[in-house]
Write a protein that binds this ligand. Structure first.
Ligand code: ADP
Length: 310
């Protein structure tokens, strides 16, 4: 369990984190979302015990990160923002060094180093100085050190930053695979990542929590939630499709962009079966037909825009 209690951080006159409280339970992957400067990294650094709060505290597996720092740190793996800063070391020497700092017994250390090296595909660069590695490999070395001691809690600051799409996919799979028996907190500004890995998302701006919900519930706040979008081909008269849809009692409004029409439902109604039936009845030629889940980017903007500018 992570328990964050009234966590606050001031930098001079700036309140970077403002009286934040929340709990995270085992099995949860919590996505920390917010615009740049929202206070995500500052919060994660305080939970990881790398930054002293101005007030408030955090408990990790029952250990206060300040008064019981060693026990708390033992339970935590932390991937800081950016890449690890031991440029002259190789992944081999870096991971051996971390294993020693973590106090792993020799045999356990060798087993864990082998395991994380395989999990993060570091074999090909194992003996290469870290400063000669690509950003993606450096990120993976950072992740390897975070999971080396198989901690109960993982705090990962932008874990897929700098990775190519295949590597992002692999790291997301790894996070999902680790999620069942751990508590994972990740920060990200990539909204698709929230779908891909998070069971819950907290949106913050100006150091304050503005939303705390499942990704699906956040999407349901979008005006696109359950809207039906259909793309008609050149053989179909788009105006007659528009008129037919607009006349449906369950359609609240219609928008269109070139050959794609979006029909927004009246609250509590489901349009897709009706639209499908009409398409068959009128012989509309469709290149695409789908019901939208809702657009997280739009919800995120709505929640954070006014706040971030304040
Ligand atoms: P995020 O991770 O959401 O982008 P940060 O936690 O890095 O946000 O930063 C929150 C705010 O605190 C920002 O306005 C940032 O400029 C400020 N800040 C972060 N670290 C420091 C520092 N060491 N000294 C002064 N201001 C800082």
């Amino acid at each position: 369990m992570i328990e964050v209690r009234s966590l606050t951080k001031h930098y001079g006159n700036l309140t970077a984190v403002d009286n934040l409280s929340f709990e995270v339970a085992p099995g949860e992957v919590l996505g920390f979302l917010g615009p740049n400067g929202a206070g995500k990294s500052t919060t994660m650094r305080m939970i990881a015990g790398f930054l002293t709060p101005t007030s408030g505290t955090a408990l990790v597996c029952g250990h206060d990160v300040q008064s019981d720092a060693i026990a708390a740190r033992r339970a935590i793996g932390y991937l800081p923002e950016g890449a690890p800063s031991y440029p002259e070391m190789t992944p081999r020497s870096f991971l051996a060094f971390i294993a020693a700092i973590r106090g792993l017994a020799t045999e356990t250390a060798s087993q864990r180093i082998a395991a994380v090296t395989e999990q993060l595909h570091l074999e090909s660069v194992f003996d290469q100085p870290i400063d000669t590695l690509s950003k993606g490999f450096r990120r993976r070395v950072g992740l390897a050190q975070a999971i080396l001691h198989d901690p109960q809690v993982l705090i990962l600051d932008e874990p897929t930053d700098g990775l190519d799409p295949n590597q992002k996919h692999e790291v997301r799979n790894l996070i999902r695979a680790m999620a069942s028996d751990k508590i994972i907190v990740i920060s990200t500004h990539i909204l698709e990542e929230v779908h891909a890995v998070c069971s819950r998302a907290i949106i913050i701006a100006n150091g304050q929590r503005l939303a705390d919900d499942t990704p699906a519930a956040l999407e349901a706040r979008s005006r696109y939630h359950q809207a039906v979008s259909l793309t008609v081909n050149e053989q179909t008269d788009i105006e007659s499709v528009r008129t037919t849809l607009r006349n449906l009692p369950d359609v609240r409004s219609i928008e269109n962009d070139e050959r794609t029409i979006i029909a927004f439902p009246q609250p509590g109604t489901t349009l897709l079966p009706q639209v499908t039936a009409l398409a068959n009845q009128h012989g509309w030629q469709l290149d695409g037909l789908q019901q939208e889940r809702g657009r997280l980017d739009e919800v995120f903007r709505e929640i954070t825009v006014g706040e971030a500018a304040a």
